[in-house]
Design a protein around this ligand. Structure first.
Ligand SMILES: Nc1ncnc2c1ncn2[C@@H]1O[C@H](COP(=O)(O)OP(=O)(O)OP(=O)(O)O)[C@@H](O)[C@H]1O
Ligand SMILES: [Mg+2]
Length: 211
């Protein structure tokens, strides 16, 4: 079953938020989900322990580059989906989490720095896949979108840079910012629709099992 790592060299584009969204929605859809929190700040695992209120899923904090691959492979045997949330500073644990992945999701917000860092993350992913002689799919996803010229510019630049990007996007919305302390996903309205579209697209491209 797929191992999906969420990575970016830059801090703050929404890795943990996306991990929370995908894990929560997939657990609610009946999948057995396991998450590895490979970020020493433990944002994902603390949220899972203290705040999360949805259908249970496993979440383990593991920041040692020596243990992440073994843990991911053992969780893979008993899960429909393994997600790995990584730190925003390109450490060795993050590189191992990218190398063990079947797919890597790279969130970015509109802005030159994010675009640059997304490109760097994607180059790193390609290098790791080549070193491991494996195929690892990589896609960017635009997060915190607002309908501005900056957003359109970023979309254009992604295209020009040849960065494969999901057509689903996540807007900048209070409902998404609130996940970190509400422990639940938005249940209706445009935010809920964006979550559904994202999961549907991940199912269509085979990144999330369609059960
Ligand atoms: N679509 C969104 N709308 C509103 N707020 C958002 C959205 N996505 C993320 N945020 C907020 O932005 C902040 C950074 O997001 P998040 O922690 O998910 O980023 P990260 O990439 O995991 O950061 P780090 O690199 O530090 O681990 C958080 O406060 C989160 O609630
Ligand atoms: Mg994070």
């Amino acid at each position: 079953m797929p191992i999906l790592t969420i990575a970016s060299f830059k801090g703050g584009p929404g890795k943990t938020t996306l991990c929370q969204i995908i894990a929560t929605k997939c657990a609610a859809d009946g999948l057995t989900v396991s998450v590895i929190d490979a970020d020493p700040t433990k944002a994902m695992s603390d949220w899972h322990t203290n705040t999360y209120e949805g259908i249970p899923f496993t979440c383990i904090s593991e920041t040692s580059e020596r243990s992440i691959a073994d843990l991911a492979l053992s969780l893979d045997e008993k899960s429909d989906l393994v997600l790995i949330d990584t730190a925003g500073f390109g450490n060795l644990a993050g590189a191992v989490a990218m190398t063990v992945a079947d797919q890597i999701l790279v969130p970015l917000t509109a802005g030159a720095a994010d675009l640059n860092q997304a490109e760097e993350t994607i180059k790193q992913a390609k290098g790791l896949a080549a070193a491991a002689r494996r195929k690892i799919e990589v896609r960017a996803i635009m997060n915190r979108l607002s309908r501005t010229n900056l957003t359109k510019h970023a979309e254009q630049e992604l295209k020009e840079a040849g960065i494969p990007t999901l057509s689903s996007t996540i807007s900048h919305r209070t409902a998404f910012g609130e996940i970190s302390y509400s422990g639940t996903l938005p249940s209706k309205g445009p935010a809920a629709d964006e979550v559904t579209s994202l999961i549907n697209e991940l199912k269509e491209i085979g990144w999330v099992p369609n059960k």
